[in-house]
Design a protein around this ligand. Structure first.
Ligand code: DAH
Length: 341
C-alpha cells in the first residue's frame, strides 16, 4: 500500500495541466469519488490495525499534496501564467524536428578551399556584377573574342562601359593584383553566369574556384605539384594527373588537367568515354600582359593560375547526372550528400 501511495505521489508530481480541462481531468482522476485517492480510502479498511496510523497519515498527506498541486495549476491559470517553463515536464523526451543539410556544392567548395588553405592559399572574393575590364580586357581577351558576344555573356548595360555578369572568377585575379603586390596566393570561389540554354549538362549559372599564385621564380613545376597534391587529396591518393596543352588568353603556356578515372581505375569505361581520363580544370602560367595590366612587373614576378568548376568536381565525386538538380531545392536530393561523406 505504501508503495502504491508513493507511486501516486510521483505521478501527480510529474503531471502538468495547462488548460482548465486538463486540471479538471486531474481532479477527477485523483480526487473524485471514483478517483485514485478515494480508492485508497476504500482499501484502508483492509489495512491491519497496527499499520492504520502510519498508512492513514500517508493517505492524508497524499490527498493534501494532490489538492495543493491542483490548486496550484488553477492559480497559475487564473493568473494567466504564461511561464511555460514552470509547467514544462523536463523529463519528457523531446520531439525531434528535421535539420537541414549542407548543399552538395557548398560541401565540395569547402573541401576545395580547405585543401588549398592547407597549402597556404587564402580566400579572395569579387563582385558578380562586373565590368569589361575585369572580366575580359585586363585578362588579355582580344576585342573580337567570342566570349564577349551577347550569345555567351549576360550584359547589363553597355554605356559608358560594358557592365555584365561575370562569366568566370578569373576577374577576381585582376581585382586582387590591382590592389596587392606579390607574393599573392589566393583561391577565389564564386558564382558565374553564361548565356546558355539550360539542360542536363549546361546551366546559365554555375560555380568556380579560381587559383592564383604570383611571386619571384614561380614555375610550371610548382603549378603541377600543387595540382597533383590537390587531386590526390580530393579524389584519393592513387589519383594520377595529366596536363594537355590548351589555350586561354590570360595564361601562356596554358593547359587542361585530367585526372585518372576513378570509376575504372584508368582502364577506360563509359564514364571516361573509354579514355581512362576525365577533365577537371584549366590552368597555366599567368601571361605577362595580364601582370602588366594589373601593375605587376613581369620582369620581376611570374605566377600560375588555375580555374575549376565546382559542379564538375561534384559530378565527378557524386555522379550527379543532371546539373539542374543543384538548383531545384529538392530536399530529398540535397539530404543525400552530407551522410554520403
Ligand atoms: N576562366 C576559365 C574558364 O572559365 C578557367 C581557367 C582556365 C582559369 C585557366 C584559369 C586558368 O585561371 O589559368 O573556363
Amino acid at each position: 500500500m505504501i508503495e502504491k501511495i508513493n507511486r501516486l505521489k510521483e505521478e501527480v508530481a510529474s503531471a502538468v495541466a495547462t488548460t482548465p480541462e486538463a486540471v479538471e481531468e486531474l481532479r477527477i482522476k485523483y480526487l473524485s469519488k471514483k478517483g485514485a485517492v478515494s480508492a485508497l480510502m476504500a482499501d484502508f479498511r483492509n489495512v491491519p490495525a497496527e499499520s492504520k496510523k502510519e498508512i492513514g497519515q500517508k493517505i492524508n498527506e497524499l490527498k493534501a499534496f494532490v489538492t495543493e498541486r491542483i490548486n496550484g495549476f488553477k492559480e497559475q491559470l487564473s493568473a494567466g501564467c504564461d511561464d511555460e517553463a514552470a509547467l514544462i515536464d523536463l523529463t519528457r523526451s523531446s520531439t525531434p524536428y528535421p535539420v537541414g543539410s549542407r548543399h552538395p556544392l557548398s560541401i565540395v567548395k569547402d573541401d576545395i578551399i580547405r585543401i588549398f588553405a592547407g597549402m597556404g592559399f587564402t580566400i579572395a572574393e569579387g563582385p558578380e556584377i562586373e565590368d569589361d575590364w575585369h572580366v575580359f580586357s585586363s585578362l588579355n581577351f582580344p576585342a573580337d573574342h567570342p566570349a564577349r558576344d551577347m550569345q555567351d555573356t549576360f550584359f547589363i548595360s553597355r554605356t559608358p562601359v560594358d557592365v555584365l555578369l561575370r562569366t568566370h572568377t578569373s576577374s577576381v585575379q585582376t581585382r586582387v593584383m590591382e590592389k596587392t603586390q606579390p607574393p599573392i596566393r589566393i583561391v577565389c570561389p564564386g558564382r558565374v553566369y553564361r548565356n546558355e540554354a539550360i539542360s542536363a549538362r549546361a546551366h546559365c549559372f554555375f560555380h568556380q574556384v579560381e587559383g592564383l599564385y604570383i611571386d619571384k621564380n614561380v614555375s610550371f613545376a610548382d603549378l603541377k605539384q600543387v595540382l597533383l597534391s590537390f587531386a590526390k587529396e580530393m579524389f584519393g591518393p592513387d589519383t594520377k594527373i595529366r596536363l594537355r596543352p590548351s589555350y586561354f588568353p590570360f595564361t601562356e603556356p596554358s593547359a587542361e588537367m585530367d585526372i585518372s578515372c576513378d570509376l575504372c581505375g584508368g582502364k577506360g569505361c563509359a564514364f571516361c568515354k573509354g579514355t581512362g581520363w576525365v577533365e577537371i580544370l584549366g590552368c597555366g602560367m599567368v601571361d605577362p600582359n595580364v601582370l602588366k595590366s594589373c601593375g605587376i612587373d613581369p620582369e620581376v614576378y611570374s605566377g600560375y593560375a588555375f580555374g575549376m568548376g565546382v559542379e564538375r568536381i561534384t559530378n565527378l565525386k557524386y555522379r550527379v547526372k543532371d546539373l539542374r538538380m543543384f538548383s531545384e531545392n529538392d530536399v530529398r536530393f540535397l539530404a543525400e550528400f552530407e551522410s554520403a561523406r
